[in-house]
Design a protein around this ligand. Structure first.
Ligand code: GLA
Length: 741
């Protein structure tokens, strides 16, 4: 049993292999949070400090018990308007604008299996070891309920949370905030680690003390966004990669979100994750309910690496689905950086022929094959093949690609429409825009109202025709603008929060139906690169294009930041041309390959433009990727250098779970003449074992590799007989195997 109810103590404890989480049904039915940390069997009620603090509010029924203020307690699902003035998880307004929400415990139940959520992504369990706790809170004065659900995955060390708000009153109510999870910690000094960025510069790592204030990480852009990622860590002040306590919250949702961390007046810290409350105003009519998306919580007392590894396993085994979840994905070539939308079938075949001859396994035809899409001002929405431009049908092009022994994939951007399109001319009301107000344009396009089923069905139907014709093996599903103008042409009452929530449900429905119809399809997510890289999307797409920035060195930082919350196997990463189109930087060809192997691995350039020497390297790179694939995608991932602060070298490694082998990757970021010795410390090895460098037979002690490190390797000098240091942006990959005799 992972969930234990102790009726005598009024506690419910959720156990995973290494952690415990405890809830207490406190005085007057206030639902308290007593503990989340290393596994423990006891009652942690002592963590709730009852003191009479001046000038706080107490529930009316607490009478003279002034020590019973909600503001002084760690709470499971705090509601604004009940004497708790800290950041709320729930805010409810009556129709007349009055805040209500005195939520008290009503009942609970414990069930086998992990709950699922209709229409929303959710962690699943196929081992039958998971359990679900449901706690019902009832608003004291009305018939409003909050149904909290907790999923316990014991072997993953993960607890999921979600909440459903039910309006059992006779009137409309407005949810102004309905978060998915709240974590109240009663002590400790914590840093907030969040992943911020911009287009072509996603998921930079920021670490700041949470302090005595509210820190809000979030977005209002309609997508989880390049700007902030819905994965946030609370780390003990001194926690590092391999030591210290940290908590993670990963939100399985792809729209606007907010994660707030606030230090209270008495030393506590509260973290709340959920849908963005700004302009949420979700109207619940009588009998209606709102299901908040899910948040996956994890705790590690062994530092950030362990926390990341928990999420890596969770995402790859309990969030990603379908036949591609554990299968090696085909090494692909995408034509976007080579041609943009300016191509014909002949041009594409020329790229494909060379790629096939070098061992590439799939060609992906990017933006530009449909409607009148010769640039990004027109065509979105018209999902019929432009045979005139291609010079053939999509079926013919796909067949020619298959004749080369390759698989075939296409790019789509189903949620969007250009004003210059047949679709928009026929259905202007299908685009999100407010009558009488000029809508904002993003990349000269508007957003289709995916909260409407008929819109989703129409687009899906047209895209399916192309997929049927081409028998595509793969789809890259893009989304290239933020959302601002929100209006539902069919509804009298415009609840922005409701439309945007239903929009995201529409996106999920689109993907679910697509995958139902083509169960073997490999779906890759994309939003101008990594603008919707979240655990919600990964429920449908086992990989997401990590960034439009394909500069090798920038990519190291982007993939480093991404690795905190997401596994390598989900990161779309390709080798592209140099000088890089954006940075103009020249990174050696083999280094670009080493970096792309920290991802799904593929190419994004015309391989015909390579030098003979580079072309000779392509099959070698592909073979290397295949050889190490198991280790790269199933190994435990270790960040060895902090590339946010260490500008000298980037190093990361993958270690087999049984520690029998490891793959070390080092890229030199900065050089100087006659340079001092530089060592990289390894991690995750068996300290009592020896490891052999498979390339040169050198044997090292596991303990020494992890305490002293390995000196940056030298490589043969091109001209002289001696070995030289690695130059700027040069890299090495070292395969270590454990010496067993
Ligand atoms: C976005 C994607 C790119 C490419 C273009 C096509 O920017 O991130 O990879 O597909 O759109 O328009």
């Amino acid at each position: 049993m992972s969930i234990i109810h102790n009726a005598e103590k009024s506690t419910i404890t959720l156990h995973t292999d290494n952690t415990s989480y405890q809830i207490k049904i406190g005085p007057f039915g206030l639902l308290q949070h007593t503990y989340y940390g290393p596994h423990m069997e006891e009652d942690a009620e002592y963590c709730v400090m009852y003191r009479d603090r001046g000038f706080t509010l107490t529930p009316y029924d607490a009478e003279r018990k002034r020590w019973l203020s909600a503001e002084l307690m760690p709470l499971e699902y705090p509601c604004e308007a009940a004497g708790d003035f800290r950041a709320p998880a729930l805010s409810i307004r009556r129709k007349d604008g009055i805040l209500i929400g005195d939520m008290r415990y009503e009942s609970h139940r414990i069930e086998k299996g992990k709950y699922s959520l209709e229409g929303l992504p959710a962690v699943y369990d196929d081992t039958e070891e998971a359990e679900t706790l449901t706690v019902v809170l009832k608003e004291k004065n009305t018939n409003i309920r909050a149904v909290l659900q907790y999923g316990v995955l014991p072997h993953r060390d993960v607890i999921t949370r979600t909440a459903r708000i039910e309006n059992g009153t006779e009137d409309d109510i407005v949810l102004t905030h309905a978060a998915s999870a709240c974590l109240d910690l009663v002590s400790g000094e914590w840093d907030v680690i969040n992943f911020h960025g911009r287009h072509a510069g996603e998921r930079n790592v920021s670490r700041t003390p949470s302090g005595h204030r509210e820190t809000v990480v979030g977005t209002r852009r309609g997508a989880s966004s390049h700007h902030q990622n819905p994965f946030v860590i609370l780390a003990e002040k001194d926690a590092g990669e391999l030591h210290g306590q940290c908590y993670g919250m990963s939100f399985l949702y792809s729209g606007s979100f907010s994660c707030s961390v606030s230090g209270d007046a008495y030393g506590g810290t509260r973290m709340v994750m959920g849908i963005q409350p700004d302009n949420f105003d979700y109207v619940l009519t009588p009998g209606e309910s709102f299901q908040a998306p899910e948040t996956a919580l994890a705790y590690s007392c062994e530092g950030l690496t362990k926390l990341s590894q928990i999420y890596h396993k969770l995402i790859s085994q309990n969030i990603c689905r379908g036949p591609w979840k554990n299968r090696r994905r085909p090494v692909l070539i995408n034509n976007w950086e080579a041609t943009g939308p300016d191509f014909t079938a002949e041009k594409i075949l020329h790229i494909a022929e060379k790629a096939a001859s070098l061992g590439v396994e799939m060609l992906v035809l990017d933006d530009g094959w449909f409607g009148k899409r010769d640039d990004d001002f027109a065509g979105l929405g018209d999902w019929y093949v432009n045979t005139e431009k291609l010079g053939c049908t999509m079926g013919e092009l796909a067949a020619s690609i298959r004749d080369l022994g390759m698989k075939f994939g296409i790019w789509i951007e189903p949620e969007m429409v250009n004003e210059d399109s047949d679709l928009y001319r026929a259905h202007p009301d299908w685009a999100l825009q407010v009558p009488g107000i000029e809508p904002a344009l993003g990349r000269s396009q508007l957003v289709l109202d995916f909260s409407r089923e008929e819109v989703v069905d129409y687009i899906l139907d047209h895209i399916c025709k192309v997929l049927d014709e081409s028998k595509a093996d793969y789809v890259k599903m893009d989304m290239n603008r933020p959302i601002f103008d929100v209006y539902n042409a069919l509804s009298a009452y415009q609840s922005r929060g409701k439309i945007m929530y239903k929009y995201i449900l529409g996106v999920y429905r689109f993907m679910e139906k697509l995958l139902e119809r083509y169960p073997d399809l490999l779906l890759e997510g994309c939003a101008s690169g990594g603008g919707r890289f979240d655990a919600g999307m990964l429920y449908y797409c086992p990989q997401i294009w990590c960034s439009d920035n394909t500069d090798g060195i920038d990519r190291i930082r982007i993939q480093y930041g991404t690795s905190f919350g997401y596994p390598v196997r989900t990161m779309g990463a390709h080798v592209s041309r140099v000088p890089n189109y954006d940075t103009r930087r020249i990174v050696p060809f083999d280094t670009r390959a080493v970096i792309a192997m920290e991802g799904t691995f593929g190419y994004e350039l015309d391989l015909n433009t390579l030098s003979e020497e580079e072309a000779r390297q392509v099959p070698v790179q592909i073979e290397t990727f295949k050889k190490y694939w198991d280790l790269l995608h199933n190994g435990l991932y270790y960040r060895l250098t902090d590339v946010t602060h260490n500008t000298k070298e980037a190093a990361w490694m993958m270690v087999a779970e049984d520690r029998s082998e490891a793959l070390l990757n080092i890229v030199v970021l900065d050089v100087s003449g006659n340079r001092p010795n530089r060592f990289v410390k390894l991690a995750g090895l068996d300290a009592s074992a020896s490891y052999k460098d498979e390339a040169n037979g050198a044997v090292y002690s596991g303990a020494a590799l992890m305490s002293v490190g390995i000196p940056l390797p030298k490589v043969p000098h091109e001209k002289y007989h001696w070995m030289r240091d690695l130059g700027e942006y040069e890299s090495v990959q070292i395969h270590f195997t454990k010496v067993t005799d």
